[in-house]
Design a protein around this ligand. Sequence first.
Ligand code: BEZ
Length: 210
Amino acid sequence: MSVRIGDIAPNFTIATTQGDIDFHSWSAGSWVFFFSHPADYTPVCTTEMGRTAQLAQEFERRKVKCLGLSTDTVEQHLGWINDINETQNTNVQFPIVADKELKIAQLYDMIHPNESETATVRSVFIIDPNHKVRLIMTYPMSVGRNFTEILRVIDALQTGDQYGVACPADWQVGGDVIIPPSVSSADAEKKFPQGFKTVKPYLRYTRVDK
Ligand code: BEZ
């Protein structure tokens, strides 16, 4: 069974580079960037792990915990982390799940058999503090993820939650946001005293602080 947006992220208990974790206890009250990669000691994955570590403060500022996963062992992960720190000039401080038996990979549908029967593709799950899955992205093995987009979508989700708005194409922090069609214009006037621009009855823009 696959995991979908709006689902409660399935819980699991598993060994990681920072000891065993119960996922829901570990992530309680935080957002989570949960991501799989195909294998340790591979080049694209090395850059992605490095980038995640380099962005630690950006994730922390957004109250996001990072959790990596591949179908390698804790020992392999720990050896590889030394290489990541050395080559990417960083310090990996987030845990990496050792899913040698593919238990979590199967639970989260991270194995795409026509790509590999045993290695995970590059899946991303953004999970909110209530354990709800808010975003799913899947990248092929040959393309590293765009971390600017990962931070952007977290900002967009958090802005949407805070203000009850949606974010348009290519939205960036500080840009105009959209008043959802479910909000009447009478209610919008109360909810957005800063005002809003009506381009069409279903397309209304406003600005919020973030
Ligand atoms: C990599 O991380 O470089 C990689 C891993 C598996 C397949 C292709 C590339």
